[in-house]
Ligand binder design. Structure first.
Ligand SMILES: Cc1cc2nc3c(=O)[nH]c(=O)nc-3n(C[C@H](O)[C@H](O)[C@H](O)COP(=O)(O)OP(=O)(O)OC[C@H]3O[C@@H](n4cnc5c(N)ncnc54)[C@H](O)[C@@H]3O)c2cc1C
Ligand code: FES
Length: 372
């Protein structure tokens, strides 16, 4: 295997790598039975800047192995002094159980700088309606966006449709009520529960066409030009909302989504495409430009570019390793790259040549990718 220009000694030392920071836990808030908010102090060494909708990558050593996971910031850079992420336990999940079980106030957590493109620019001149669909832990980027929109754009409004299992699993329930009361008429929160109690006044069951029509009657209608739809939640919910919005002739360009978990619905199709990539391909050399360094290495047909780089000790940025979070995003300046999973990239990003190294395979020998 030829490694070209790459030498292992070139690996950046993490301590001096500006992309990593250490954050101290100031507070841990138990939001629901299975969800906690980790409140981090802004580091004294220099504020960590971020945008609403971005995520932090938390890095921990679990059972002797480094584990990274992405967590969307639920704080707003405009109004919250601290950095906050909310972690909801996943059944048998490694990190989502380790974090609440092991962390305590005063602990330091290694993080990768905030990343992600599920963002928008705020301006007090804008007048728009953001309709947010959230499910379970998918509330995190939404509450940050809601707080930023409502405080930074006096003429804009926000409607949140938030689906949960039952009343006790509604995360940030009181905080959402607070925003709705404080910004009455500009913030609309509608809850949907799978299992509603007898006296429940809101909606329950699966969101369908009739329910959506009723929900839309309860929120202001500002017309297509001024309305944008955002969604974040379980895959099934997002597919459902996308279909329902499509049925209402809402163009795809008006709909933005953030996925927390790699899709299972199209899993078979993705596995087939991965196998086809491996069988019809040969090993190819890639060149990666990152942080003023150039790395050249060969990627075998059944391996992803990031996976190969990490094995060689090249410290490239990454988080989810499943094509969702875009932490590993780079721009292909030349050559052909095939992605197993394209969920994380928008159509325009793909058209501009952006690729995800964690799910990317070089299909020609002239692939040059610039990261950052
Ligand atoms: C951009 C981005 C932002 C995210 N933001 C948040 C956030 O704000 N809060 C939060 O709690 N999580 C968030 N996540 C999910 C988070 O990164 C982890 O995937 C999650 O905590 C599970 O990690 P784990 O190590 O416990 O589970 P793993 O050990 O990695 O997985 C165990 C099993 O659970 C499944 N699984 C993983 N995640 C989920 C999920 N969310 N729901 C249901 N099943 C799942 C896996 O497919 C696997 O089968 C985000 C993910 C991404 C990509
Ligand atoms: S590491 Fe998350 S998309 Fe590649």
């Amino acid at each position: 295997m030829a490694f070209g220009l790459f030498k292992k000694s070139e690996k950046k030392q993490e301590a001096s790598n500006p992309h990593y920071r250490e954050l101290t836990i100031k507070k841990i808030i138990q939001e629901t039975k299975d969800a906690v908010t980790l409140v981090f102090e802004q580091p004294a060494s220099g504020k960590l800047n971020y945008k609403s909708g971005q995520f932090l990558t938390l890095i921990a050593t679990v059972d002797g192995k480094e584990v990274r996971r992405s967590y969307s910031l639920c704080s707003s850079p405009f109004i919250d002094q601290d950095l906050m992420v909310m972690v909801k336990r996943v059944d048998n999940g490694l990190m989502s159980n380790w974090l609440p079980d092991h962390l305590k106030v005063g602990d330091k957590v290694k993080v990768l700088e905030p990343l992600g493109n599920f963002t928008t620019e705020y301006s007090k001149e804008k007048k728009r309606h953001l309709v947010l669909f959230a499910g379970g832990s998918g509330i995190t980027p939404m509450i940050s966006i809601l707080k930023s929109l409502i405080t930074q754009e006096p003429d804009s409004i926000c409607s949140l449709i938030y689906a949960n299992r039952d009343i006790d699993s509604i995360i940030f329930k009181n905080e959402l009520e607070h925003w709705q009361t404080q910004y009455e008429g500009r913030v609309h929160v509608i809850h949907i529960l799978d299992n509603a109690p007898m006296n429940w006044q809101g909606y329950s069951g699966l969101l369908n066409k009739d329910m959506l029509a009723k929900l839309f009657e309860r929120i202001p209608s500002w017309g297509l030009d001024n309305t944008t739809y955002l969604m974040c939640g379980p895959e099934g919910m997002m597919k459902n909302v996308e279909t329902l919005l499509g049925d209402l002739q809402i163009p795809k360009e008006k709909i933005f989504k953030e996925s927390f978990v790699s899709g299972t619905i199209d899993k078979e199709k993705k596995e087939e495409s991965k196998a086809a990539t491996a069988s019809g391909n040969t090993a190819h050399e890639v060149t990666i430009r990152y942080d003023g360094q150039e790395y050249k290495f060969v990627v075998e047909p059944n391996r992803a570019i990031l996976e190969t780089a990490l094995d060689l000790g090249i410290d490239l940025p990454y988080s989810c390793q499943s094509g969702l979070c875009t932490a590993c995003r780079g721009k292909a300046l030349s050559g052909k790259v095939k992605l197993d999973e394209e969920e994380g990239l928008s159509q325009s990003e793909r058209a501009e040549g952006y690729v995800l190294t964690c799910v990317g395979h070089p299909m020609s020998d002239d692939v040059v990718i610039e990261i950052g």
